[in-house]
Design a protein around this ligand. Structure first.
Ligand code: ZN
Ligand code: ZN
Length: 304
């Protein structure tokens, strides 16, 4: 592929002719099943409401702005909450990607420990367990989407960005081609990993770990900074959501000027618990000035 960055966009050869495209944003969100009981789900005020229903409302705003979005969903959302998830999956603006089948549930012991100490801790296990277990989880994820929708997923983000040496070979063998697990503000274009997957790093400050919201109080953030689980993340700072959004806007603008693809992570649940989608709406309005693409379309914008 021949591609050339120009001042405001990318000129690339599509096999027949040179085509000019404006710069791209790749909007993504991760969605988890209710029975996973992640910390933040307990901040949903209405007991009848769920993360999936919140994602459906988030999608309605996304649709108002005509944006494409890639939702990485856990397999159990399709298994256990299909009725609420189905309208999301059926939207012509949505690509569904894998986010592990089970969401790396924590062990009983680990949950008991944090209940006794009264401190909220990370909401997922630190690793995938054995290679065989990870293979089974990946297969179940791919299979449940095929069973529910008749189509194969090709995009993936690991829940909690937890990856080990088995993950990418397993994904490749399972038909996955696109991943978005890396945190990097310097990689403005997708790249091919040594395993042959196409990686489009999250190159804009991600939401959950950089916004004060839900259980992420100032005291919690201070504790978390000492025990930071994302060594590759360019910052440990957290901000009020409006300030975080200023940074997002600034980074997207810079990536646009450099002719890159801005991969943005905005969880429906975080956007809801933080300020009932007020900031999401503000950012979608900004994003609507750019072309949006799904994860599975990032191949067109590969680094030379
Ligand atoms: Zn997740
Ligand atoms: Zn959050």
């Amino acid at each position: 592929m021949l591609a050339l960055a120009v001042s405001r966009g990318i000129l690339f050869y599509n096999g027949r002719e040179m085509v000019y495209t404006p710069s791209m944003i790749c909007l993504t969100g991760d969605i988890h099943h209710s029975s996973l009981k992640i910390n933040e789900q307990s901040f949903i005020p209405d007991p009848e409401d769920t993360e999936i229903k919140i994602a459906a409302r988030y999608l309605r705003i996304v649709e108002q702005f005509g944006l494409k979005v890639t939702f990485y969903v856990t397999g159990k959302t399709l298994e256990e909450e299909w009725r609420d998830l189905e309208p999301v999956v059926r939207s012509p603006l949505v690509e569904i990607g894998g986010h592990t089948y089970g969401g790396l549930p924590r062990s009983f012991l680990s949950r008991m420990r944090s209940r006794i100490s009264g401190t909220p801790t990370v909401s997922h296990a630190a690793n995938h367990g054995s290679c065989r277990r990870q293979m089974r989880d990946t297969r179940r994820m791919v299979d449940i989407v095929a069973a529910r929708t008749g189509s194969k997923i090709v995009s993936w983000r690991s829940h909690g960005l937890v990856v080990d040496r088995h993950t990418y070979p397993i994904l490749l063998r399972s038909g996955i081609r696109f991943i978005s697990d890396e945190l990097s503000w310097d990689k403005l274009r997708p790249e091919v990993t040594p395993e042959g997957l196409i990686s489009h790093p999250i190159n804009v400050i991600m939401d959950h770990d950089h916004i004060y919201h839900a259980h992420r109080t100032r005291a919690y953030v201070q504790r978390q900074k000492k025990n930071w689980g994302f060594p590759a993340d360019p910052t440990r700072e957290s901000y009020p959501i409006e300030r975080w959004a200023d940074i997002v806007e600034d980074q997207v603008r810079k990536i646009e000027r450099a002719g890159g693809v801005a991969t943005i992570l905005m969880h429906p649940l975080c956007m809801y618990t933080a300020d009932r989608f007020a900031t999401a709406r503000r950012l979608f309005e900004v994003f609507s000035r750019y072309h949006s693409i799904w994860a599975r379309e990032t191949e067109l914008y590969l680094e030379d």
